[in-house]
Ligand binder design. Structure first.
Ligand SMILES: NC(=O)c1ccc[n+]([C@@H]2O[C@H](COP(=O)([O-])OP(=O)(O)OC[C@H]3O[C@@H](n4cnc5c(N)ncnc54)[C@H](OP(=O)(O)O)[C@@H]3O)[C@@H](O)[C@H]2O)c1
Length: 255
């Protein structure tokens, strides 16, 4: 019997999880991407692209495609799709699991200023002009037009178009992982005195946080949005084990 699994992705872990689960002959995996990135990296499993049309649309998709398990492996700041996933699972009766990468915790030497969203981050930079490294992705960079007095170094995977309506901004296109030594060199080269970051968690983008600490630079850290409470695991391996358990024959589950 084939178990059909839909993975909501857009993250490295989602791709890794899909690859791992796809090795099972009895699993049929589809990975779903929002379609934001112009040239997403190859995912290695069948992919579908684009929104579903809210929670109702996703619930309809789950029924139509006879999905047996929904896995929310989206980015921790993609709060809308996570809320939709939980609601669609409830509506359709399809079980849901979430891969929730833990956030970073501040350690000695970190100078974090915690804010709730990008608008607060822009005002937390203060009135005096600063040299700011913006590494929050392209979708929300526009919020910093509210603080045009600063000089911005803005890094994203895809170009930010139109560019920000601020007089002094430099754009870098790059895809992680970003090692600490490279991040430190970047912060020094551009004389950065504030870093704006999401608390993404994981290794791939931690380099800028460690580099800021080493250089004594303030980090304006945007807190994670609230996410729905569904059964979850913190790592790809732990989530894969939950999936195995869910589809194990009853005798093997020891119930
Ligand atoms: N936010 C970030 O910082 C960030 C960082 C790295 C990667 N990503 C990835 O980029 C994607 C978009 O992020 P976002 O913050 O714009 O999401 P979002 O605000 O939570 O979602 C907005 C809408 O985009 C569609 N969508 C989002 N993820 C989808 C997916 N995996 N498959 C199909 N449709 C999806 C849904 O449209 P419908 O309502 O029409 O279904 C959703 O309502 C996510 O897949 C996320 O994993 C986000």
């Amino acid at each position: 019997m084939t178990h059909r699994i839909l993975i909501l992705g857009g993250t490295t872990e989602a791709r890794q999880l899909a690859g791992k689960l796809a090795r099972r002959q009895d699993f049929s995996i589809t990975l779903s991407l929002a379609g934001r990135t112009e040239s997403p990296v190859a995912q290695g499993v069948p992919v579908r692209v684009g929104g579903f049309g809210g929670a109702d649309g996703l619930a309809a998709y789950l029924r139509q495609e006879k999905v047996d398990l929904l896995i929310d492996a989206t980015h921790p700041y993609a709060a809308q799709i996570s809320a939709n996933a939980a609601e669609a699972a409830k509506q359709s009766g399809v079980p849901i699991l979430a891969l929730r990468r833990p956030g970073w915790e501040p350690v000695a030497g970190d100078r974090w200023t915690l804010v709730d969203n990008v608008a607060e981050a822009a005002s937390a930079l203060g009135a005096a002009p600063r040299r700011v490294f913006l590494a929050i992705g392209r979708q929300e960079a526009g919020a910093f037009e509210a603080a045009p007095q600063h000089c911005y170094l803005i890094r994203s995977v895809d170009p930010i178009e139109p560019q920000l309506a601020v007089p002094d901004a430099l754009y870098l296109l790059a895809r992680g992982p970003f090692p600490e030594a490279d991040e430190r060199a970047l912060l020094e080269k551009y004389g950065i005195d504030a870093v704006v970051s999401k608390n993404s968690g994981g290794e791939a983008t931690y380099g800028k946080i460690a580099a800021a600490r080493a250089l004594g630079i303030e980090v304006i850290m945007i807190r994670r949005p609230p996410l729905p409470d569904v059964p979850s695991a913190e790592t790809v391996d732990a989530l894969a084990a939950m999936v195995d358990h869910l589809f194990a024959p009853v005798a093997e589950r020891g119930v």
